[in-house]
Design a protein around this ligand. Structure first.
Ligand SMILES: [Cu+2]
Length: 188
């Protein structure tokens, strides 16, 4: 998952370079043309305009990268219980987000896999412990239901076992404790 994101980042950087090159080269030709015609005014005005454009594009890219880094941090998702079913939405895009899901053991779980990534690698998700293998159509939400009767770590992965996630089933008392800790942390 990390490696995949690094690859996307580097291709983003390459794209930025390409944009910079594409915007600079026409300026150089006009610069040369202006020098030949002997117009001093244009010679200065044109490169300034492109410089501003390249700077704006660069700043935009930096912002995009920051946003990317902040979002790419793997978060732990906690289930929300509705009508006795613990529900979590998992976004499938270059991996699973969240990739770590905390649920309460003994209660039914429904994971709503929302797949955005069209790569065939992520077209199927498997939960070997529950003997579940389900196809995830792109741009759709596919619900997967199971009940972890015992506390423990239950892994899930794509069909090729490349992208992985875990469902951590804990006892009810632990869920309450972590909720208490979260509220305590918020109040300080
Ligand atoms: Cu895969």
């Amino acid at each position: 998952m990390r490696r995949y994101r690094k690859f996307t980042l580097s291709s983003l950087a390459a794209l930025g370079l390409l944009i910079a090159m594409a915007t600079t080269s026409p300026a150089q030709t006009t610069h040369e043309a202006a020098a030949e015609s002997g117009s001093g005014f244009r010679r200065i005005e044109q490169p300034l305009w492109t410089k501003a454009l390249v700077t704006t594009a660069g700043l935009g890219l930096i912002g995009l990268e920051l946003w990317w880094f902040l979002l790419s941090q793997s978060k732990t998702g906690k289930a929300k219980t509705q009508n006795g079913v613990q529900e979590v939405t998992v976004t499938v895009d270059g991996g699973y987000e969240p990739s770590q899901i905390v649920v309460q053991a003994g209660l039914p779980v429904r994971l709503n896999f929302h797949r955005l990534d069209p790569s065939s690698c992520l077209e199927e998700v498997r939960f070997p412990d529950f003997r579940i293998a389900k196809a995830l159509p792109v741009n759709q939400t596919t619900a997967i239901e199971f009940t972890p009767s015992e506390p423990g770590r239950y892994e899930f992965a794509c069909g090729m076992n490349m992208f992985r996630g875990t469902v951590e089933a804990v006892e009810a008392s632990l869920i309450d404790q972590s909720a208490d800790l979260a509220t305590a942390a918020k109040s300080t």
